[in-house]
Design a protein around this ligand. Structure first.
Ligand SMILES: *Cc1c(COP(=O)(O)O)cnc(C)c1O
Length: 238
């Protein structure tokens, strides 16, 4: 079923209502959750519909696709890079995006920082954590997050904001909150570790299928693709 501008606007308003409800029910009333519209595999027409419905941030996984869209659209959203970062793409990613959610190696962080340095403001980054320690997944091991966080804090072109996770799917809804809870606890530990890390404020977690569990555990950015736009136009989803 194709998603028209109307159904995109409806999806967005339903998600926003759901976000409010969950935060209210779990006693988190102060701040709002940032709704990042994941637009990989979605047309610029659909992105315009989302923009017109109040979305201000888009997440893209593939640099070439994102650059083509940046040239094509006539509005100026905040761009978030959420795909694996290849070393030879760091310059373009650092100069065209405001956020990178998927930093998991110092070498990549250094390259992003060098490309961004001197351009104000610093690039917002999250450390991607392999929260379920899956062999096939990107992300740093939970045990190595503190070391990487301290190293990233030293890089002048970057502003470390927090953690990003993609947990493995869990069939049992009861079990779904557990990886998100561990990510929240990891961030809390990190914040206590040094004054530099005290101001970390971001948990990028929750996709179309596990949004509610992530927000109940304190997600500050949710990354929603199909839940806003409907199915993607191609199969290359990670
Ligand atoms: C594709 C993608 C999403 C969005 O997934 P949906 O299931 O379509 O909501 C979120 N985060 C990352 C890292 C992705 O690659």
């Amino acid at each position: 079923m194709p998603s028209t501008a109307n159904s995109i606007a409806n999806n967005i308003s339903e998600i926003k209502t759901l976000l409010k409800e969950i935060r209210y029910n779990s006693g988190q009333n102060e701040e709002t959750v940032k709704l990042l519209a994941v637009s990989k595999g979605q047309s610029v027409e659909k992105m315009a519909a989302a923009w017109n419905a109040g979305i201000c941030c888009f997440g893209e996984n593939y640099l070439q696709e994102a650059l083509a869209k940046m040239r094509e659209i006539n509005f100026e959203p905040e761009w978030h890079f959420i795909g694996p970062v290849q070393a030879n793409k760091t310059r373009d990613i650092a100069t065209h995006f405001s956020w990178v959610h998927t930093v998991d190696r110092l070498r990549i962080a250094k390259r992003l920082s060098a490309a961004r340095e001197g351009l104000a403001p610093a690039l917002n980054v999250c450390i991607q954590v392999n929260i379920d320690r899956e062999a096939s997944k990107s992300g740093v091991d939970p045990d190595n997050v503190e070391e990487l966080a301290e190293q990233i804090c030293e890089l002048p072109g970057l502003r470390l904001r927090g953690l990003m996770i993609i947990p493995k799917a869990r069939a049992n809804p009861e079990a779904r909150r557990e990886p998100f809870r561990r990510a929240r606890e990891l961030l809390q530990r990190l914040k206590k570790r040094s004054p530099q890390l005290q101001c970390l404020d971001t948990l990028s977690m929750g996709m179309s299928g596990d949004l509610a569990a992530a927000v109940a555990e304190g997600a500050t950015i949710v990354r929603i693709g199909t839940g806003i736009f409907g199915p993607r136009d191609y199969g290359k989803t990670p």
